[in-house]
Design a binder for this molecule. Sequence first.
Ligand code: PCA
Length: 195
Amino acid sequence: MKKLLITGFDPFGGESLNPSWEAVKLLEDRIGEYTLTKLQLPTVFGKAASLLLQTAQALGPDVILSIGQAGGRKGITPEVIGINLREARIADNEGNQPENLPVVSGGPAAYFATVPVREMIAAMTAGGVPCSLSTTAGTFVCNDVLYSVLHHFEGTETRAGFIHVPFLPEQARDNAPSLPLAEIVRGLTLAVSAL
Ligand code: PCA
């Protein structure tokens, strides 16, 4: 069996839950050829990536896949790229609100995800789960984690990627789009099967 380290985030921005962690918790412990290790990350710049890298160091995963909430999106969106920028519209869970700062000082502008994002989309589409490719993970904590992990594992065999998921129906206000939890779990399962 191969090892997959899969993460979700704690609630942020005044929400009482985060669909990413709710869904990760419900995933089967084995999907295809992967055994899953699940980890909740704090929505805090720097801390989230440190905890993830520390856990990865101990586990030695083949793949690291992080999941986060992207309120307002309609479907499940694998991210193509992480960029070297911290630019926060709201404060993180410890009150940090960086502007115009790098994730890694002196690091390259961006890294492409090293998981097969197009195969993930194909698998979810075949299963009838709303999804599309995303070319921006934003500049908040999710992008911070994606960039940091890709930077750390660059040139190694360890692959890494990020998937944003929509609000759950109970979070969606003012006609914001959402997906039921069971659909998010099904979509992520299909995405993992495509690794
Ligand atoms: N979404 C945020 C951070 C935590 C989460 O679930 C983001 O998109 O950056």
